[in-house]
Design a protein around this ligand. Structure first.
Ligand SMILES: O=C(O)COP(=O)(O)O
Length: 217
């Protein structure tokens, strides 16, 4: 019986792509670099913002220094604008409320930097009492390292077989596998279904209700 459900954020709970794209394009433009269509960002996001900037910068300009310059422009802009266009995916609020009512412990583990992760989750899901809302923090390895999953499991006091990890990308499928927990891929996020299939998750959810059916079967 599952007791703890851990969700990825970007591409799983919230469609954040337009705000991430706008903030990155703002920073790129300010430094004189070319920008990208919003759709291209689906493949840039997933390994934290430094990796996002590395992927968005033109080849030959991806130095640590440039990444940090883009970051210093992105963060204040994104802190102001991270909820302009971002919205929960269909059925997510209902799924979280139903799981909460049924007594599941709920948590978020994101590679988005911690401050923005906390802000977005509290803003969009104020009625959900998450056990933990963890974004990327200094000196903690990013997903697909399983450390963040272990941290949440310890707080919850549960065993691996009582945990489900849910996400929309190969990073998430690897995170669940690395942690040794049941893993669910969701099709409504940033990456194609084929990317999820390559990791053989226990379920590929087409819609939020599929997760409920899987947990209750
Ligand atoms: O910000 C990122 O790179 C990805 O964030 P996520 O882990 O919530 O998908």
């Amino acid at each position: 019986m599952k007791k703890l459900v851990i969700f990825d954020l970007d591409g799983t709970l919230l469609n954040t792509i337009a705000d991430l794209a706008a903030a990155t394009n703002y920073a790129l433009q300010a430094c004189g670099y070319p920008t990208h269509d919003t759709d291209a960002y689906r493949f840039f996001v997933g390994n934290g913002i430094n990796k996002l900037f590395e992927r968005a910068l033109p080849e030959g300009t991806r130095s640590k220094e440039n990444v940090l310059k883009i970051r210093s422009l992105f963060v204040p802009y994104y802190n102001e604008h991270n909820a302009d266009l971002s919205r929960p995916y269909p059925g997510i609020e209902n799924l979280l409320e139903t799981l909460q009512k049924k007594g599941y412990m709920l948590a978020v583990a994101s590679n988005k930097y911690h401050e923005a992760t906390q802000k977005l989750i509290k803003q969009y899901f104020p009625r959900i009492n998450f056990l933990a809302i963890l974004g990327q923090r200094e000196n903690i390895p990013a997903k697909p390292d399983p450390q963040v999953v272990y941290e949440i499991m310890e707080k919850a006091g549960v065993e691996r077989n009582e945990v489900v990890y849910i996400g929309d990308s190969s990073v998430d499928m690897q995170t669940g596998a690395n942690a040794g927990v049941t893993t669910i891929g969701v099709c409504w996020g940033f990456r194609p279904r084929t990317e999820l299939e390559a990791y053989n998750p226990s379920l590929i959810a087409e819609q939020a209700e599929d997760i409920l059916h899987f947990l209750e079967k």
